[in-house]
Design a protein around this ligand. Structure first.
Ligand code: ADP
Length: 414
């Protein structure tokens, strides 16, 4: 089955085409056929398309909306682009969508029906920036492919629906949860789920034996505590703003700061929220960039004090969370780094793990240095009580596999 995986953002669409089926899943025989990225939709969009085994093509195109972007992907895929097994649109058999918020209703991936679409709409309140664009992607794909083609929604929140009540409830008046479902949902679920799955595959252990902490460090950053294969706590909350320091998001702050900033700077609560989401984090502290690679360069080349400070705060917050999540798991065997920073920066991994030797974490700096560029493996020393791994994430693969399982009516595996 050839699955088109779509990740529709406000002005971008990322996609992959993956050939997979139940048999291939069982033998890890999934096959990536093509991938691409369309940015700056709404104007002169930048289009990057790549059939597997060929060079990537970059071009620009005037694309009005997500529908135009999906149309472009489909025309390219069907137009003899050298994609193995794809001669026309009819060779695409299903679509898997990344959907950010599934609230409490969607605990697993689902085939998209009108009712499911209405369900995703119901959570627009909780994810006003994301769910509307995910819906646009689903509607666009229906228009382009016709309503007969199965589409599946894979939710960022679903993996964290196993959090116990004491971990997901905030200490707010309980009726706020009852009335508005204000609680911790957590995000990056597909990524945490994938690396937890890969971890048990690498070690040859069962889901029940999987006790670990996963750190997804990209532009957005989150950490998850996984006990017996289930997510039991995570750092992101009602929205992706809570928790670790991120590229442009503050992560945890004293909630009283919001009104304080508003009063001092003459900003509305909406403006303060934008400041916390878009102008804070690494960017806010350094005043330079939200990009960790650039920040490290700036710190090393110019010894910029605030670049170093941003890096230090980022690593300290992550270390502090590892400590508390070790307590949450109650006996983790490993921590796993993933995401753009987690997969590629030995320096940040080393700084996060610094000073944790007292509790038995011994990083192997040589192994750490060589695990970059999607290399997977152990980076702690033999005899380290807490093992450390780098496992490159692959959310698209899980989305494609969930799509197959939903379409085939096979049980889902979390
Ligand atoms: P997104 O969350 O948007 O998917 P990614 O997971 O690709 O983002 O992560 C992007 C982050 O990864 C950026 O901060 C980028 O600088 C960082 N990154 C990528 N490569 C490196 C590297 N070699 N060293 C440090 N940071 C890196």
């Amino acid at each position: 089955m050839n699955v088109l995986v779509l990740n529709c953002g406000s002005s971008s669409v990322k996609f992959q085409l993956i050939a997979t089926d139940l048999e291939q899943i069982a033998h890890d025989g999934d096959h990536r056929l093509a991938r691409g990225n369309i940015e700056r939709i709404g104007g002169e969009a930048i289009v990057t398309l790549q059939a597997e085994g060929r060079g990537s093509q970059r071009s620009t195109a005037t694309l009005r909306d997500i529908r135009a972007a999906v149309d472009l992907i489909v025309r390219w895929a069907g137009a003899n682009s050298g994609i193995e097994g794809i001669q026309s649109v009819a060779d695409i058999h299903a679509i898997g969508h990344r959907v950010v918020h599934g609230g409490e209703r969607f605990t697993h991936s689902v085939l998209i029906t009108d009712e499911v679409l209405r369900g995703i709409e119901d959570f627009i309140d909780l994810a006003p920036l994301h769910n509307p664009t995910n819906i646009k992607g689903i509607v666009a794909a229906r228009e382009v492919f016709g309503s007969g083609l199965p589409q599946v929604a894979v939710f960022d929140t679903a993996f964290h629906q196993t959090l116990p009540e004491y971990a997901y409830l905030y200490a707010l008046p309980y009726q706020l949860y009852r009335r508005h479902r204000i609680r911790r949902y957590g995000f990056h679920g597909t990524s945490h789920r994938y690396v937890a799955y890969r971890y048990r595959q690498i070690l040859g252990i069962s889901r029940d034996q999987t006790n670990l902490i996963t750190l997804h460090l990209g532009n957005g950053c989150s950490i998850a505590a996984i006990r017996s294969g289930d997510s039991v706590d995570t750092s992101m909350g009602l929205t992706p703003l809570e928790g670790l320091v991120m590229g442009t998001r503050s992560g945890d702050i004293d909630p009283a700061i919001i009104d304080f900033i508003g009063a001092k700077e003459g900003l509305t609560s909406q403006q303060v929220e934008t400041l916390l989401n878009k102008q804070s984090g690494l960017l806010g502290i350094s005043g330079l960039t939200n990009d960790m690679r650039e920040l490290l360069e700036e710190a090393h080349e110019n010894n910029d004090r605030r670049a170093w400070l941003a890096i230090e705060i980022f690593c300290y917050r992550a270390r502090k969370y590892i400590g508390s999540f070790l307590a949450a798991v109650g006996g983790a065997e490993a921590i796993v780094f993933t995401g753009g920073i987690g997969e590629n920066s030995p320096e940040i991994r080393s700084k996060i793990c610094a000073g944790l030797d007292w509790m038995g974490l011994k990083l192997d700096e040589e192994l750490n240095a060589t695990h970059i560029g999607r290399r997977e493996g152990l980076i702690s020393k033999d005899g380290s009580r807490l093992a450390v791994y780098v496992i490159p994430t692959d959310e698209e693969l899980l989305i494609a596999r969930d799509t197959v399982r939903c379409v085939r009516g096979a049980p889902q595996r979390y």
